[in-house]
Design a protein around this ligand. Structure first.
Ligand code: HEC
Ligand code: HEC
Ligand code: HEC
Ligand code: HEC
Ligand code: HEC
Length: 473
């Protein structure tokens, strides 16, 4: 009992001392308010009340910052006060801590206990704060407009269960700190509306794929060949279906013996190149096998002025630059929804008219919805009024599908339109940036563009490919 009274009086003395000047008073108030709110939120969470990620951000990032600010203000205020007192003539003196004095003992105990509690609060907050910042919600959803394109495309990709940070940060303290430093600037630029639209690509300081992609996929794993089917639809009345079938020479294999497409990422060799900023125009290519002499492939004539000064070491992202933020071109998107049945193939000329409608310029997704609906209604009103009358619902559904196709590829607020983010996993601008039969080495040998280097074309736009008859006898 006596002990508790003593502690209480120590608290009173401390508060009295710490509130004799305004700076420390504000500090005490901030620290107290922040810690009470923080403990309340933690208690709610422990009790199983679901807290959204906004509350998460407030409680684990903002409250601790206020708390620490409050704590820092207390000694600053006391120091200022002491300086003030010195000015008024009192000699400069250090406090004498006499542990025989029971009051000093209880104040010391109080400070010790408070410090332990503070450390616990700060470390829980740090741990939780990191967890919040690591979450896909935080990266993808917090700044809605800014990250909407990346988040939308990500959610449809094979990586929609991989966290943003697994590709953008990876493991290790070094990259973690780097990302938090650039992240702080990003927060400021979003808050002040300074960010570029669209967000520029390529990401210049993306962590090398060796430390990210290769944690889950590695070159020796890709062995062999893969059949790829492409369903293409003509822009005629019936959307005539044509099949293209490729045998992709995926390759890969043991270090030093890799072949095929994944030969480029054999750890035994290094390919470096110089290009323009967009990496779409590649100038000099340097290939080094094992410890061998570097072999240089160049275009005729001098390297133009637009070339970036640095060399880039080729990795996964030079071909798979869109492993998760996948934007399609209009024709490919319509082929995909016609294949899946999402777009009604029996509507006459729906591909041709759909293509026209989704390639108009709209100011927002809502505007696009309106415009696409109008365009289809207009077309069928003039060309097949019967159909519009009897099957208005089918035309409406088609307009909805086209709107969805538009909304997952075009983001007017971020000035992203068809083709803003090119995909390098195709001929142009992709493999043919180097495999163009124009890059030559000193002996005049070209980087091959032979049609069977990367794949065998088993069928090219055929209605009834022979190879399919073989596969489905
Ligand atoms: C599978 C790996 C992977 C995941 C998961 C991933 N990204 Fe990316 N991200 C990339 C690659 C690769 C690029 C493009 C690199 C390049 O072209 O330089 C990129 C580019 C970006 C860009 C620049 C704009 C662009 O499209 O080029 C932003 C912003 C971005 N990512 C945000 C996110 C967010 C937010 C998430 C989580 C919702 C996320 N990323 C998840 C691999 C990934
Ligand atoms: C945390 C693990 C992880 C990381 C990191 C990761 N991936 Fe993946 N990747 C996956 C999973 C899981 C799949 C889906 C496999 C499936 O659907 O069969 C996948 C699928 C793929 C596919 C095949 C898509 C298809 O159409 O079959 C490619 C290509 C790919 N990843 C490339 C990359 C690249 C490039 C990076 C680095 C930028 C990367 N991955 C980073 C786990 C990862
Ligand atoms: C020279 C360009 C290039 C590079 C570099 C490259 N890939 Fe690929 N990758 C391809 C192509 C092309 C395909 C085949 C796509 C298809 O089947 O249509 C492919 C297929 C894949 C697949 C799915 C096919 C399978 O058989 O599993 C994965 C996963 C993959 N790559 C991951 C990677 C990773 C990880 C790296 C980096 C270590 C990498 N790739 C480097 C071009 C490349
Ligand atoms: C940065 C330049 C560059 C890009 C981009 C590039 N390649 Fe290559 N590729 C090379 C070089 C250099 C060689 C070796 C040429 C030689 O030995 O004649 C090569 C060789 C190959 C080989 C033969 C490998 C073997 O078995 O020896 C294949 C297959 C191949 N590339 C496929 C692709 C595909 C598919 C893409 C696009 C997805 C692509 N490349 C993009 C530079 C590139
Ligand atoms: C350096 C590698 C490479 C070379 C050389 C190459 N291709 Fe391709 N080709 C690819 C890749 C990669 C794809 C895209 C696969 C995908 O979309 O996943 C592709 C796709 C195709 C397609 C399907 C296109 C579609 O989307 O319907 C056809 C057809 C094709 N190639 C024909 C050819 C012909 C003909 C040649 C010879 C002039 C050739 N290719 C040379 C790598 C190559």
């Amino acid at each position: 009992m006596k002990f508790i009274l003593k502690v209480l009086s120590a608290v009173r003395d401390f508060v009295w001392r710490a509130t004799t000047n305004p700076v420390s008073t504000i500090g005490v108030a901030l620290a107290t308010l922040a810690s009470i709110s923080f403990l309340a939120i933690v208690a709610f969470e422990l009790a199983g009340v679901p807290i959204g990620h906004y509350v998460g951000i407030v409680s684990y990032l903002i409250l601790p910052a206020i708390f620490l600010l409050g704590l820092a203000l207390i000694p600053i205020g006391l120091r200022l006060q002491r300086m003030q007192e010195q000015k008024t003539g009192q000699p400069r003196r250090f406090a004498v801590l006499d542990f025989n004095n029971p009051r000093v003992r209880s104040v010391a105990l109080l400070v010790l206990v408070l410090t332990v509690v503070n450390l616990m609060i700060v470390s829980t907050a740090t741990f939780k704060g990191v967890e919040v910042m690591d979450s896909t919600q935080f990266c993808g959803d917090t700044c809605h407009t800014v990250m909407a394109p990346e988040f939308t495309t990500y959610q449809r990709s094979p990586h929609s269960r991989v966290k943003c940070t697994e590709c953008h940060i990876g493991s290790g303290a070094n990259w973690f700190v780097k990302s938090k430093l650039s992240g702080s600037w990003q927060l400021v630029s979003v808050a002040l509306n300074l960010y570029p639209r669209p967000i520029p690509t390529p990401v210049e300081n993306l962590r090398p794929a060796r430390d990210t992609c290769e944690q889950c996929h590695w070159p020796t794993k890709f062995i062999g060949e893969r059949l790829r089917f492409f369903n293409r639809f003509a822009e005629d009345e019936k959307q005539t279906e044509k099949k293209t079938i490729l045998l992709m020479k995926t390759g890969g294999g043991e270090t030093g013996r890799a072949h095929g497409i994944h030969w480029h990422v054999d750890p035994d060799l290094t390919i470096r190149y110089r290009s323009d900023k967009s990496r779409q125009k590649i100038f000099d290519i340097e290939l080094t096998r094992g410890n061998g002499k570097p072999e240089m492939y160049k275009l005729d004539g001098a390297t133009p002025d637009g070339a970036e000064p640095g060399w880039r070491v080729m990795d996964c992202v030079d071909c798979h630059n869109r492993p998760t933020h996948v934007y399609q071109m209009p024709k490919d998107e319509l082929d995909a929804v016609l294949t899946s049945g999402e777009l009604d193939k029996s509507l006459p000329f729906i591909k041709r008219e759909g293509l026209k409608a989704i390639q108009q310029t709209y100011s927002s997704h809502a505007d696009a919805k309106e415009g696409i609906r109008k365009a289809l209604a207009e077309f069928y009103r003039t060309n097949s009024p019967d159909l519009l009358e009897k099957h208005a619902d089918r035309i409406d559904r088609a307009a909805d599908t086209l709107t969805r196709v538009y909304a997952r590829n075009v983001f007017p607020e971020m000035r992203i339109t068809w083709g803003t983010y090119p995909n390098f996993l195709k001929h142009e601008p992709g493999c043919f940036r180097c495999h163009d039969s124009e890059h030559k080495n000193e002996q005049g040998k070209k980087i091959s563009k032979s049609c069977s280097l990367c794949h065998e074309v088993l069928a090219a736009e055929e209605e009834t490919p022979e190879i399919l008859e073989l596969l489905h006898p």
